[in-house]
Design a protein around this ligand. Structure first.
Ligand code: PLP
Length: 339
């Protein structure tokens, strides 16, 4: 066993982020839930105790831009159990930004554990009507909810902007440069599809497969393609992140057609945040056998999908599958888990 020193995110600059992200462990999963194949997991849930998973990567360039612009406040929005809201509140507290979280609906009598944390981290919560919340992608949104945009940056729900996508591209580059063995496939959980699009733009040694965690129609594929194409259009300046440099020789690749984006949509288990008994039981078996905690919304469905695909014979024996632990463990508190 290689010994890893986990360092956590203690300062806001690209090189130290990369240094920390390079120490994220890869773990082989020992479990009879994946017979005949080799399953590994990259533990980005361990990147940092509070700013973890894919949301940390989506925040990175947003935070760097905020600092560069001299902004002192981060404004964002999300639901009562939002991993993004939680990570943004923690990042603001850690790196010295005020934070404002716009939340849908009336302020409840008792806040969710996520929102309690957010307030404890110093985030100011602003509850807005469902009608207003629906306008969250309009440029006038802050005006509409009565917030002052001066000295602040607005980060969209889930960290889904170009800066967010750049962070996920960085994750893909880090994955390519830290693999413990060679893999045949990478599997990730998809909410919006941004993570899928970002990873597929920077991972070239094997295909990326996405598990849709909600009934999304074509929107996840569309978003993934959109971010993939956007990133290809604006390659990373080579002087960014000096520790490791990759060449972007494939920037003129046909953008939306040949993205190699593969999605499976049979494992949403009834819809977003739906948690039927069979998923609950799967999660318990997985956690007992592997010792790795999952979140019911994203990573439990990811591992469930991988297990089912293997069982259905759609993955050839001996395939080396890498999965991404995209974090979200704070959200476990919103569910009744089997002990
Ligand atoms: C937000 C989130 C995702 C989904 O990311 P997208 O980029 O929206 O597809 C996956 N896993 C976890 C734990 C998340 O919090």
């Amino acid at each position: 066993m290689k010994c890893v020193t986990i360092r956590y995110l203690t300062s806001l600059d690209l090189d130290s982020f990369i240094e920390v992200a390079r120490t994220v462990p890869y773990q082989r999963i020992n479990s009879d839930l994946f017979p005949g194949v080799e399953v590994w997991i990259r533990r980005d849930d361990l990147l940092d105790p509070l700013i973890s998973g894919n949301k940390a990567y989506k925040l990175l360039f947003n935070l760097l831009e905020a600092r560069e612009q001299g902004a002192d406040t981060l404004i964002t929005c999300g639901g009562a159990w939002s991993n993004h809201l939680h990570a943004t509140a923690a990042a603001g507290a850690r790196f010295g930004f005020r934070t404002i979280g716009i939340v849908r609906g009336e302020r409840p009598q008792v806040l969710s554990a996520t929102l309690q944390d957010a307030e404890r981290f110093g985030m100011q919560l602003k509850f807005v009507s469902r009608d207003l919340y629906r306008e969250r992608s309009q440029p006038a949104f802050l005006d509409l909810v009565g917030l002052e945009a001066a000295n602040s940056i607005f980060i969209p729900e889930g960290g889904a902007n170009f800066a967010g996508a750049k962070g996920v591209r960085l994750l893909g580059e880090l994955i390519e440069s830290t693999l413990p063995i060679s893999f045949d496939q990478l599997w990730v959980a998809c909410g919006t599809g941004l993570t899928m699009g970002g990873l597929s733009s920077s991972i070239h040694s094997f295909p990326v497969c996405g598990v849709e965690v909600l009934k999304a129609g074509e929107s996840i594929r569309r978003d993934a393609r959109h971010w993939h194409a956007a990133l290809k259009k604006f390659p990373r300046p080579p002087d960014l992140g000096q520790e490791w440099q990759r060449t972007s020789s494939d920037t003129d690749e046909a953008p939306s057609a040949a993205t190699g984006i593969k999605l499976v949509n049979e494992y949403h288990c009834g819809g977003y945040a739906k948690y039927p008994t069979y998923l609950r039981e799967f999660q318990r078996s997985f956690e007992r056998q592997s010792g790795i905690p999952l979140d019911p919304v994203y990573t439990a469905k990811l591992m469930f999908a991988v297990s089912k695909e293997v069982a259905a014979g759609r993955i050839s024996p001996g395939t080396r599958m890498l999965t991404l632990h995209s974090g979200g463990l704070q959200g476990r508190r919103g569910f009744q888990l089997i002990k």
